[in-house]
Design a protein around this ligand. Sequence first.
Ligand code: NDP
Length: 347
Amino acid sequence: MILDKNEIREFLLSMNTVDLSLQKIYDLALSTLKFNGCDNMNAEAVAGTVTDAERDGSVSHGLFRIPGYVASLKSRKVKGNARPSNKFLTQNAIRVDGDYGFAPTSIKVGIPALIETTAKHGVGVLTITNTHHFAALWHETETLAEKNLIGIACTAYKPSVAPAGAKKPLFGTNPISFSWPRKNNTPVVYDMATSTMAMGEVQVAARDGHKIPFGTGLNKDGKKTDNPNEIANGGVLLTFGDYKGSAIAMMIELLAAGLVGDLFSFEAAKQDNNDGGPARGGEFIMALSPELIAGKNWNEHSEKFFQQMKGLEGVRLPGERRHKNRLDKGPRSINKELVEKIISLSK
Ligand code: NDP
């Protein structure tokens, strides 16, 4: 049987679960992080990101990540009392020094300055350095869109993906997110890894004995396979879209490491202590003001385009799934084993 990533997600949720309100999810994340060495400012930033992910149904970036965050606090790879600071490199370019903390804290510190400078000058760039990132990226791009700005964000990670033509990993799963603001409507936001699939999902398929789409990755002999075991054990993932996705993954390495001045994926892997928490790295965020660049009519004009798109049968806009999930204010079903594991981290 071949399961796609949505089916794998459904399968995970259908396992033994407990219902937790969003407040309880936040409290559990916050108290676990504080117990393990985060101060209030850092714990609040990470717990907020985790809760938003559960709220929107981005389950692979919700509570699932707490054990990894805790591991990196315990190993002292990540500073739980980091104090990120902004520095203006030019009038449009801001650098956040993350002080070796978690990325959500730096994002909270840097984004307000990026919004202010972009609203004034039309274009702004935020480069985040010395942080540890393994959250979803839509948080940052969507925050920009909520202020009527276009957002682009990307980050690199430890290598698990082979560039087109290669049999060995060099790229991370390197996600990129783009947001487009819409007046009187939720923004259009896409946020995607540039690999065919996340390695975590390949591992879940291997554990549960499911095949995955042929060409998701290569086995140790460099042959395309549909066997997740062969990819997870000595094999490698591929980028989506062959050499085209490979070019985008390369661009992300160059923006998030070369331009930001932080670690490329291969450098991050050399420095990481493999504690299961996020490796060190940078993030590139760019904002653009449609009001200042396109002019006053920007929203009406782009709405005509969205109308055309939505008029085509079968089309939905990226971001719609999350925004629909968000309307549900009720509890979320969380894997019971995961909740028990997180509770045990505070004992
Ligand atoms: P998905 O493949 O699940 O989704 C990618 C994007 O496509 C989403 O924006 C989604 O919108 C949109 N989409 C999905 N189906 C459709 C459709 N039928 N029509 C239109 N749009 C659609 O995401 P990935 O598995 O690639 O990535 C998951 C997350 O992992 C991302 O948030 C990414 O940032 C994160 N990540 C983080 C890393 C890190 O190091 N920090 C590394 C790798 C990944 P919608 O949300 O509405 O479904």
